[in-house]
Design a protein around this ligand. Structure first.
Ligand SMILES: NC(=O)c1ccc[n+]([C@@H]2O[C@H](COP(=O)([O-])OP(=O)(O)OC[C@H]3O[C@@H](n4cnc5c(N)ncnc54)[C@H](OP(=O)(O)O)[C@@H]3O)[C@@H](O)[C@H]2O)c1
Length: 264
C-alpha cells in the first residue's frame, strides 16, 4: 500500500525545481579513504549528539579538528583533535579557537524547553552573528550552520517552536549578510538511528510540503555538514536535509495532485 509519506516524497522527486540532489547516505565508515587536501576544521558544539559525528566524520576523512564547546576542554585526549573550551555567547573566547582554521561547523544547540527564550537568541542568533564576525577576522574560509526546518505551509512556525525557529531565522539572516562563505543545512526532526541506512535528499524548498514527520539521523546530517565544510560545492547555499526510503513503484500517480502549478 502506498503511504502518504511516500506520496509526498515522490511528489518532491517529480517537482525537481526544489530538489538539489539525492544520493546514498555518505556517513564516513571504516572504508572511507582520506581526502586529498587535509584541512583544519573547527566544530562548535563538538561534544553534542550531532557534533560528535561531525568530529568522527572529519577524522575519518583525514582532517584536523578543533573540538569546541563550553565543556570541550574536559574531553579525553584524541589524536587529530584539539579540544577547546569556549562559549559562543562570549566571542572573545571563540576567536583564538578559530585562528588558522580553514572552515567551521556550527552545531551548537540548547534544548528549548529547558532554557529562557533569551538563551535561544544568545545561541542561535547573536552566537551565529558573533561567530561569523570573529571567523571572518580569523581568516576562516567557510561557515557551515546546522539550522532547522519547520515552517508551516502558511509560512509560520509551530507555536511551541516559534522562539527557537525565529532565533534561527535571524541567525541565518545574519550569516548571509556577514560576508563569509556559508552553507545553511536545515534539519527537520533529528533521530539517533545509525547513519547510512537510508538515502539523503537535499531540498531547496521552504516550507517543505506536508506529509512528514520528516526526519534525518544525526550521523547522516553530520556527513552533509562535513562535505559542505571541506568542499566548495555548497558555498552560499541553503537546503533541508531529510532521510528517505525509495518510493514505492507506482506511487508517483498519487503525487500528481501535490505538484505546484507553474507561475503565469
Ligand atoms: N532535536 C531535534 O530534533 C532537532 C531538530 C532540528 C534541529 N536541531 C538542531 O540541531 C542542533 C544540534 O542538535 P543536537 O541535538 O546535536 O545538540 P546537543 O546534543 O544538545 O549538543 C549541543 C552542543 O552545543 C554545545 N553548546 C551549547 N551551548 C553552547 C555555548 N553557549 N557555547 C558553545 N557551545 C555550546 C554543547 O556543549 P556544552 O554544553 O559543553 O557547551 C553541545 O556540544 C541544534 O541547533 C538543534 O536546535 C535539533
Amino acid at each position: 500500500m502506498t503511504t502518504r509519506r511516500t506520496l509526498i516524497l515522490n511528489g518532491l522527486a517529480l517537482g525537481s525545481a526544489g530538489l538539489l540532489g539525492a544520493r546514498l547516505s555518505g556517513a564516513a565508515g571504516p572504508e572511507h579513504t582520506p581526502d586529498e587536501n587535509p584541512l583544519t576544521v573547527a566544530v562548535l558544539g563538538a561534544t553534542g549528539r550531532t557534533g560528535k559525528f561531525v568530529v568522527e566524520d572529519l577524522l575519518a576523512r583525514g582532517h584536523a579538528v578543533r573540538g569546541i564547546s563550553r565543556s570541550a576542554g574536559g574531553q579525553p585526549p584524541r589524536d587529530g583533535v584539539t579540544w577547546i573550551s569556549a562559549d559562543v555567547r562570549r566571542p572573545e573566547t571563540i576567536r583564538p579557537a578559530l585562528e588558522d582554521a580553514d572552515a567551521l561547523v556550527y552545531a551548537v544547540g540548547v534544548t528549548y524547553t529547558q532554557v529562557e527564550v533569551s538563551a535561544l537568541y544568545d545561541v542561535y542568533h547573536t552566537g551565529v552573528a558573533d561567530t561569523a564576525a570573529v571567523a571572518g577576522q580569523a581568516g576562516v574560509k567557510r561557515f557551515v550552520l546546522l539550522s532547522s526546518a519547520g515552517r508551516l505551509l502558511d509560512g509560520e512556525f509551530p507555536e511551541r517552536l516559534r522562539p527557537s525557529m525565529d532565533a534561527k531565522a535571524k541567525g541565518e539572516a545574519a550569516l548571509r549578510t556577514s560576508g563569509i562563505h556559508y552553507t545553511i543545512s536545515r534539519t527537520p526532526g533529528l533521530s539517533d538511528r545509525p547513519g547510512g541506512e537510508y538515502g539523503i535528499l537535499l531540498l531547496q524548498m521552504d516550507p517543505i510540503p506536508p506529509g512528514g514527520p520528516y526526519m534525518v539521523c544525526r550521523e547522516d546530517s553530520a556527513s552533509v555538514l562535513v562535505e559542505c565544510a571541506v568542499s566548495e560545492n555548497a558555498i552560499n547555499k541553503t537546503f533541508t536535509v531529510i532521510n528517505v526510503v525509495t518510493p514505492e513503484v507506482g506511487s508517483w500517480r498519487d503525487a500528481l495532485p501535490y505538484l505546484h502549478k507553474d507561475s503565469a
